[in-house]
Design a protein. Structure first.
Length: 359
């Protein structure tokens, strides 16, 4: 299976138009899914977050040409669509932003009849507290935020957020994410609070911790901390687990650790925004991604934890038993999902993040 799906890996951030899934000619589309829409689809996605040939294979299967644009974080995605959908048909927001977009009436209800492959989703992901009944979202990938590190350059395993939030030992050799919610959330976890805290005093403590630490941080990386780690520009990088795992496959001197204080458990979802011109084509691509072989190839390539149970059955132990992809029960128990807590809480985080960046 490993050789079946993984071939030569190009420069990951050069994948602007169509990395993806594996097997051409799969009969994975529901009858009647393609309707009479023009054979086009505008996909708005995170960088390096689709398989090596998925979109090409989907095009060959259906005749639908997919154009993919990239965003760096959920805030950019939300802001772009909140102003009025410029024409995107499929997006991949994280769970709290799914809830936020549902509240703002930005997502189209899904037609489950056009997504028969949702039966491949693992039982634990068939339902979602942020989207009861999966009316607006299908699970794509899930995972953690932890610390990627250069094994030969650090002493021991960075098993605490203290390494990057409260230490000068690797001053100028550390990066944090460019995502305010994530960075402040992990600071809250390090301080012993919930990452979903709404207490202004607790959020202020996290802000002060980050302002004090900022002089030791090389950069708040816009979804490219793993590249800084791979190039040797930093030795410690707070990052999404799958992004670090992508560079681990290319460099065995890179490791990944989940801090003992716990962290973020996130779930990214396939959603159809209101205002797109090709909702049937979007349903077809969702269904294709949820098929076993394309789903397995995507997961194998991007090295994130898939919610697709049928896909996991096609993947080797190297993937299924990797604790950096599928963390232990203890690590999961210490983690928290980011919740949508209303616009007032978002305002507090945004203002704190603005002050941190300006300090």
């Amino acid at each position: 299976m490993r050789n079946m799906f993984r071939g030569f890996r190009p420069t990951r951030r050069g994948l602007l138009a169509g990395a993806g899934a594996g097997i051409v000619g799969l009969s994975v589309l529901p009858r009647g899914a393609l309707a009479e829409e023009e054979k086009k689809l505008n996909f708005y996605n995170w960088d390096t977050y689709i398989g090596e040939t998925t979109l090409q294979d989907f095009n060959e299967e259906t005749g639908i040409e997919v154009k993919m644009d990239l965003y760096a974080d959920n805030d950019e995605l939300f802001a772009k669509l909140k102003e009025g959908n410029p024409g995107y048909d499929l997006i991949i927001p994280t769970n709290d932003y799914v809830e936020r977009m549902i509240t703002a009436d930005m997502l189209l209800p899904l037609d489950h009849g056009k997504i028969p492959n949702m039966s491949n989703i693992a039982p634990g992901f068939q339902e979602a507290s942020f989207d009861p009944g999966r009316k607006h979202s299908m699970p794509y990938m899930w995972g953690t935020i932890g610390i990627g590190y250069r094994i030969s350059k650090v002493e021991g395993t960075p098993d605490s957020w203290k390494w990057v939030y409260d230490s000068d030992k690797y001053s100028g050799r550390m990066s944090l994410l460019g995502d305010g919610n994530a960075v402040i959330g992990m600071a809250l976890k390090y301080l012993g609070f919930s990452l979903n805290s709404k207490d202004p005093a607790e959020i202020k403590q996290a802000e002060e911790l980050l302002i004090a630490q900022k002089k030791h941080i090389k950069v708040f990386a816009p979804d490219n901390g793993q590249d800084l780690l791979a190039s040797g520009e930093v030795d410690l990088a707070q990052e999404w687990n799958g992004d670090v795992l992508q560079v681990i496959t290319e460099d065995d001197d890179i490791g990944y650790a989940l801090p003992k204080e716990g962290g973020l458990l996130w779930q990214d979802c396939l959603c159809i925004p209101k205002g797109g011109a090709h909702p049937d084509n979007a349903h077809a691509l969702i269904n294709y991604i949820l098929a076993a072989e394309p789903g397995a190839a995507i997961a194998d390539y991007i090295q994130y934890a898939t919610a697709n149970e049928a896909a996991r059955k096609l993947l080797p132990d190297e993937y299924n038993k990797n604790p950096a992809i599928f963390p232990s029960e203890d690590a999961v128990a210490k983690g928290e999902a980011q919740l949508y807590l209303g616009e007032e809480r978002n305002r507090m985080i945004d203002e704190a993040w603005t002050r941190i960046k300006a300090a």
